[in-house]
Design a protein around this ligand. Structure first.
Ligand SMILES: C[S@@+](CC[C@H](N)C(=O)[O-])C[C@H]1O[C@@H](n2cnc3c(N)ncnc32)[C@H](O)[C@@H]1O
Length: 299
């Protein structure tokens, strides 16, 4: 079946263009704060879905195994460069609509600043629900269309789309803002139970950031965040969900699965993982510590 289109960051300068020295210390700090409030602090297997260059990797110090998963090999190589040889990290390239993992594997799933690129959220959530352990925790950050600025612009007639309408708005190709209620419904439809929400980045205004010390803005954000459930007016929302309490649990030792047919994959041999299913038999490259499931290798 054809997959939805992907926003391709291959070769992108995302790290230097968006983060390094770009005046986004406030955003980075409040996102980390929200993550710490919602994520179990320690665990066995964690996956960062759309991890990019591994900006948040140091938040996962107390997990035994951390998968940095992204469509962009080049961003994963940047992550690998700065995380060095820490054996807890696995760098996995692939498409989130066809996850290369066995079912019931991850106790924690994290997704920050990426779902705005998802043209098919229900398909993404179904895959995440499949690879989550029973009662696993999924922390999702998403761009909120029902934010104060969008509401004011709409009331003043300066914005055509309604921030109150539930369906996503694609404001630029493959960039979506979502309504919190719509996100909750999709999570439920995939089998997650959405729970606590945090309202993040309320003070994301260039003028404010230039005159108010970052530490003070972060402290104010900390106070505002808990209002997320009943006051979802910030540009960014974090929501914690629990996976269904019953379901398959990955067998000990099972980890990667063929992204096309879901057959569990064995050991790496000669730089390849080979699908054992005779009806599939695809080969997947493992190159210099990067597990590459973007497309099958030639046999
Ligand atoms: C804006 S970056 C965010 C990176 C990181 N989460 C952060 O907060 O710094 C969005 C990331 O989503 C990844 N992405 C987009 N579509 C994807 C897909 N279908 N499968 C896997 N990753 C995807 C991109 O490659 C990119 O690294």
């Amino acid at each position: 079946m054809a997959q939805p289109p992907v926003c391709d960051y291959e070769g992108s300068d995302y790290q230097t263009r968006f983060w390094r020295g770009q005046g986004r210390e406030y955003e980075d700090r409040v996102e980390r704060l929200a993550l710490r409030r919602l994520m179990p602090p320690a665990g066995t297997n964690l996956i960062d879905v759309g991890a990019g260059f591994g900006r948040l990797a140091d938040e996962f110090d107390r997990y035994q195994r951390v998968v940095l998963f992204d469509f962009s090999r080049s961003l994963l190589r940047e992550a690998q460069n700065h995380l060095g040889g820490d054996p807890r990290f696995l760098y996995v390239a692939g498409n989130w609509y066809e996850m290369p993992f066995v079912s019931g594997l991850f106790d924690t799933l994290v997704q920050v600043r990426t779902i705005h690129h998802a043209a098919n959220v229900p398909a993404l959530f179904r895959e995440l629900a499949r690879i989550a352990r029973p009662a696993g925790c999924y922390v999702l950050e998403f761009a909120n269309k029902h934010n104060l600025k969008a509401i004011l612009r709409y009331w003043l007639g300066r914005q055509a789309w309604s921030p109150f309408a539930l369906e996503p708005v694609e404001f630029v190709e493959l960039n979506f803002d979502f309504h919190p209620r719509w996100i909750r419904r999709q999570l439920q439809a995939a089998g997650f139970t959405p729970g606590r929400a945090l309202a993040v980045s309320f003070f994301r205004l260039p003028l404010l950031k230039s005159i108010v010390p970052t530490g003070l803005l972060v402290a104010l954000d900390r106070l505002v965040q808990p209002a997320g459930r009943w006051w979802p007016l910030t540009p960014s929302l974090f929501i914690r969900s629990l996976a269904a309490p019953a379901g398959p649990v990955a067998s000990p030792g099972a980890f990667f699965a063929c992204p096309r047919c879901h057959a569990p994959l064995g050991e790496v041999q000669a730089g390849r993982l080979v699908c054992p299913n005779p009806a599939c038999g695809r080969h997947w490259r493992v190159d210099n510590g990067l597990y590459d499931f973007k497309e099958p290798a030639r046999e």
